[in-house]
Write a protein that binds this ligand. Sequence first.
Ligand SMILES: Cc1ncc(COP(=O)(O)O)c(C=O)c1O
Length: 468
Amino acid sequence: MARTTEEYRAAATSHLWRHFANPDASAINVMVRGEGCYLYNSDGQRFLDGVSNMFCANLGYSYGDEFAEAAGEQLRTLGYQAIWGSASTVAIELAERIISHAPEGIEHVFFTPSGGESVEAAWKFARQYFQLRGEKRWKALSRRLAYHGTTLGALALMGLDDYRTTFEPVVPGGTRFRNTYRGDRPEGETEEEFTAFLLADLEERILEEDPSTIAMIIVEPLQNHGGCLVPPAGYGEGVRALCDKYGILLVTDEVITGFGRVGAWFASTRYGFEPDMITVAKGLSAANAPMGAVLLSEKLHEEFSKPGVIVNHGNTFGGHPVSCAIALRAFDIMERLDLPGYVASKEGELRAALESLQDIPNVVSVSGAGFFYAIELTRFRPDGTQYAESELGEVYGPSAVAAPLAARGVLCRVMVEGGRPLMFIGLPLVADTSEFEFLRDNLRDVFGQVAEAQGWSRADVAQPVSAG
Ligand SMILES: Cc1ncc(COP(=O)(O)O)c(C=O)c1O
């Protein structure tokens, strides 16, 4: 017989260390099953999964039979094969399949077990690439507030200090430049001027670091942390041009954005980045198997495929055949649904639903694309004074926002980053109008409640205000 929720919580407190959480599990949801865009806990309560769990359950939870069939067939045929000296049929087929959707010029795949390890591998490939060319370049530039994983190497690229500082010194060579947050820029600055400003900042950082030591620049085409930051027009092309000017490799981290989240197979294409490498994970198997990859351009392949050279990196579970079989099935489903096309067709509707919340006085703005958004909430009290950062953590803390939302059946994440309270939204890519409306209506209720608690009057809460 299944155990009670309390029994599960007690056992979790005793034995399960959750990630980025205190081991006390006395109040956690214990999830049991999923269906469509919804999760069900051990008390039978249903939740709309507003963040695709970890921006990864892109197909929601209703394709279990198909994935089980693919995994079962592979397990019965060949449960494990490394891709060192040999390779499995499914690893070869999956590499081919990924490349059939990859941006032009990206032709090769190196499999990893996770997103962070993809980032780590990309950095190693960048270092080895320059070593093969007789250059000693080791540094990697990443953007402020960016999250690229939690291994000590990936942590060196971490733009969120709270995740990194405990573990310093991390791997040397990571340094950060400006992200594309625009809220602190002068009013009236054009998009073109903003792009020029960002590129000038990046070039300054490159020169400060000495370009001849920089192996790579890594950016998410649309940066999650810091507020789902969309690049301004010309930015992707501009970063590419700076990389070319100084001989630096460009890596786009598409661990979240890869495989349809922004209405294209890859966000790099939508935003004009033309990377030398792309890191992916999450959506590759639609979260049904732990799996990541580095996708590489011909430029890197040329160096690494020279006689006598080896790709000097590897691990046991990268390209596990069962994960590959599951990911191949994810491609069958994504292609059948034309997932990127579907997201593109629904982007406007979801965006409009979220933007309709901007009449609530504590909602500042909505940023993002496809099915990937952040709602910025105000840092200001009704009298115009600013909350201290510690106060923001309370005003928008779990008991004020996430818990009331969960009580209404919606799971979303709120964090204060760069001094700004942000709600992150990343519905499964199969979500439709009913999910958009359910999300919008519950966000409206909860943001409205928070606004009243902050001291905005009922009239203010009902009145449209300009998004600031
Ligand atoms: C952009 C980005 N890169 C890398 C990672 C790390 O992936 P993983 O958690 O699979 O190591 C994440 C995780 O959320 C991510 O969002």
